[in-house]
Design a protein. Structure first.
Length: 181
């Protein structure tokens, strides 16, 4: 129920954020306040509905990615946490799904991206994880520090939960440092 409320709110805000500017553009181009209002309502409703459906699909699927491809986890691999995410590759925020498993952190992009990819970071290769602000403003960023010095940036929902769960997975049972083997 709580997830339905969250995605309904997200869909409503997305529809509003898209509908108002579109309504202004339509109103100016058409030279009519009525056309602008109708455009805002129509565009906002369509975009909000699309984002709501995409959001629910992305969060409620565990073995399939949003575009329907099977995620193909290893037989002995347990998915601990999963959700929609953007992975920054250069300037592009590649959309897809982030999975934390018993063995790795895995990002798998959906097909509607310029840079599609499926990347995994074994838990033993993750040095630290921290919550950050996207663009220095929005509190939805996740920064993963790898032992080789590389850093991976993600945008996620529930970033504090992601940080907590990744830290738990890295530490292993009873807070012991993660050891392979």
């Amino acid at each position: 129920m709580q997830q339905t409320v969250r995605w309904s709110r997200t869909a409503g805000l997305a529809g509003l954020a898209f509908g108002v500017p579109m309504g202004l553009v339509i109103g100016v181009v058409a030279g009519s306040v009525e056309a602008g209002v109708a455009g805002a309502v129509g565009c906002g409703a369509f975009f909000g509905l699309a984002m709501g459906v995409f959001g629910r699909t992305a969060t409620e699927t565990s073995t399939f990615d949003p575009d329907g491809r099977e995620a193909a986890f290893e037989p002995n691999e347990t998915v601990l946490f999963s959700g929609p995410a953007n992975h920054f590759k250069g300037l592009e925020g590649v959309g897809g799904k982030l999975h934390l498993t018993s063995q790795r952190l895995r990002f798998r992009s959906h097909a509607i991206n310029v840079q599609t990819h499926d990347e995994s970071y074994p838990l033993e290769d993750i040095a630290a994880v921290e919550a950050v602000r996207t663009l220095g403003l929005i509190p939805n960023g996740l920064l993963v520090h790898r032992r080789d010095g590389a850093r991976e940036r993600f945008v996620v929902h529930q970033r504090d939960e992601w940080v907590r769960r990744i830290q738990q997975a890295i530490e292993g049972p009873a807070g012991a440092p993660f050891r392979k083997g």
